[in-house]
Design a protein around this ligand. Structure first.
Ligand code: GDP
Ligand code: MN
Length: 390
């Protein structure tokens, strides 16, 4: 789960990390009021969307006076911000943060994330702050410093000191960096983060380290024990189909292809996506309805596929073990009655109660292409979607 910059900055503050004073605002009037509360300018008005690259896209603007804050907030609120990370459709800006500005002497990059292969939390730092880290990684990889953190020992001060040295930090900035990274590592563990990123981490005019940007992602699987974090969720920022899927406890990931997939089991779902690709098709989603889905959940799942305007065909690939094929069939029929199926539907039902499932589908009068097995189904849906003979 992602949160907004203003929310991440508040968490930083709670951990004693220096951030610019700032306030969120949903309207122009609130933005003006926020500026007044902050005191004298200059100010910076920043779009609050779950995406980086806002600066380059026109989502970060400076304002000398309260009147200018009004003008910048009018521009940014309601705009569709297209950044490198949003895709071409962009993101509607529903909130801004109005902050005091900081004078920048030097910009660094620092982040904490999980290196799955190393089974460690890693700290990544760079003297190329303010740049996109992906670009730095490509062009000047030697500028990226990484340390792996032993989960038993934790992050030790000498490790942070070593990084600070390599970044060229001097004097009080070194001790502030050690203090900062210690707090970030504690926050990372306390709150089950998957990423904390400060870009840029700034040395300001008074020679202090300040987090000028704040990004935190959390492990979705830990949200059940992080109710204060779960409460920060902003559903407007998430894919509507993924939000809908989470209400039904479905494992759903939106993709950009046009063949909807409904499968039981994550492994079979992955294999289904592969075999669709192997046949020249492109899946519009990953969907694992799970091993013990109820009819209601299956109905929800199928409705999500039907509601995706990109979908040109649907492949249902079920190998029933604990999952019963008749439950799947009933869910398909219920959702289809509600929403109608305007696209080709290929169904492969195998395993527990498959005969009963096939009978339910047959009696429903739905236009269904039956598949003998997974390969046959993939071939058929790709042919139907691409207009060739099945
Ligand atoms: P991002 O583009 O989404 O990563 O948004 P940032 O919060 O990082 O802002 C973009 C850029 O604006 C930063 O890299 C900084 O160079 C600049 N910036 C942001 N806040 C301030 C500020 O208070 N003072 C100055 N001088 N620059 C700022
Ligand atoms: Mn940034």
């Amino acid at each position: 789960m992602k949160i907004h910059e203003y929310q991440a900055a508040a968490l930083f503050e709670a951990y004693g990390i220096r951030v610019p004073k700032g306030r969120p605002a949903s309207t122009v009037e609130e933005a003006v009021e926020a500026a007044r509360q902050l005191g004298d300018g200059p100010y910076v008005v920043k779009a609050q969307v779950h995406s980086g690259g806002r600066g380059k896209a026109g989502g970060v603007k400076f304002a000398a006076t309260v009147d200018e804050v009004r003008a910048r907030a009018e521009e940014i609120l309601g705009m569709t911000l297209v950044t490198k990370q949003t895709g071409p459709q962009g993101r509607l800006v529903r909130k801004v943060m109005v902050s005091e500005t900081i004078s920048i002497q030097k910009e660094y990059y620092v982040s904490f994330t999980v290196d799955g292969a190393a089974e460690r939390v890693v700290m990544i730092a760079s003297s190329a702050g303010g740049m996109e880290i992906e670009q730095t990684a490509q062009e000047t990889p030697e500028k990226i410093l990484t340390i792996r953190i032993d989960p038993v020992i934790g992050l030790k001060d000498y490790q942070s000191r070593d990084i600070a040295d390599q970044l060229g930090m001097r004097g009080n900035v070194v001790s502030e960096f050690i203090d900062l990274t210690r707090k970030l590592y504690r926050l990372f563990n306390d709150k089950d983060c998957s990423l904390i990123e400060i870009n840029p981490l700034v040395v300001d005019g008074e020679n202090h380290l300040v987090a000028a940007d704040a990004k935190i992602n959390f492990d979705d699987n830990a949200l059940m024990r992080q109710s204060d974090i779960a409460a920060l969720r902003d559903e407007y920022e998430e894919d509507p189909r993924e939000v809908e899927a989470s209400k039904f406890d479905l494992n759903y990931v939106q993709l950009d292809g046009n063949i909807g997939c409904m499968v039981n089991g994550a492994g079979l779902a992955m294999a289904t996506m592969d075999i669709i690709q192997a046949n020249g098709g492109n899946p519009s989603n990953f969907l694992d309805v799970g091993g013990s889905a109820t009819e209601e959940r299956v109905t929800g799942a199928f409705s999500i596929l039907l509601s995706d305007p990109k979908v040109r065909g649907i492949f249902v690939n079920i190998f029933g073990g604990i999952m019963r094929c008749d439950v799947i069939a009933a869910g398909i029929v219920a959702a289809s009655k509600k929403l109608g199926v305007g696209v080709p539907l290929v169904v492969r039902l195998e395993g527990t109660n498959s005969e009963e499932g096939k009978r339910i589908l047959e009696e429903s009068g739905l236009q269904i292409t039956a598949a003998d097995d997974m390969a046959d189904g993939a071939r058929k849906i790709c042919a139907l979607v691409h207009g060739k003979e099945a």
